[in-house]
Design a protein around this ligand. Structure first.
Ligand SMILES: [Zn+2]
Ligand SMILES: [Zn+2]
Length: 148
């Protein structure tokens, strides 16, 4: 779970780096996702907390074409505002009445949005031979030659 403790943020500007672990978010990978986040935080009067920064993480994906797993790295800009005891609605405002704020669903949405619909180990992945199943990125098979 990803939590921020507002009581740990001093007034004014500060710089924070967090390491978070997100439980698996889809069925393409069974692993937890390790996230490094870097934020400049502006704490206005202990009621408004502006977060401005980015998160980075790696995902192990299975290529849609060749079925091999590969690692894909992401860096996503993240900005949001944590507001205490307020009812202004906005997509990037996170409301709270306490000092412990859960960012789990907010960050999960960012990760899900960042993942491309198609998983490809590389843009020019040659895929698998439909006949013998060999990975054509690594070797050639006889099946192709027979079709010539
Ligand atoms: Zn591939
Ligand atoms: Zn083949």
């Amino acid at each position: 779970m990803i939590n921020i403790n507002l009581a740990s943020l001093k007034k004014g500007d500060s710089h924070h780096e967090y390491e978070w672990v997100m439980p698996d978010i889809d069925n393409n990978t069974k692993e937890n996702i390790n996230i490094i986040s870097v934020f400049d935080i502006h704490n206005k009067n202990d009621t408004d907390y502006e977060f401005n920064g980015y998160i980075t993480f790696n995902l192990i994906r299975i290529c849609d074409r060749c079925n091999e797993s590969y690692s894909s790295s992401f860096k996503e800009d993240v900005r949001f505002l944590i507001k205490k005891n307020s009812d202004i609605e906005d997509i990037d405002i996170i409301h709270t009445n306490s000092n412990i704020v859960s960012l789990t669903s907010y960050i999960r949405d960012i990760i899900i949005t960042a993942i491309p619909m198609k998983s490809l180990c590389s843009d020019d992945c040659k895929g698998q031979c439909p006949l013998c199943g060999i990975n054509l990125n690594r070797e050639k098979c006889a099946c192709i030659n027979k079709e010539d």
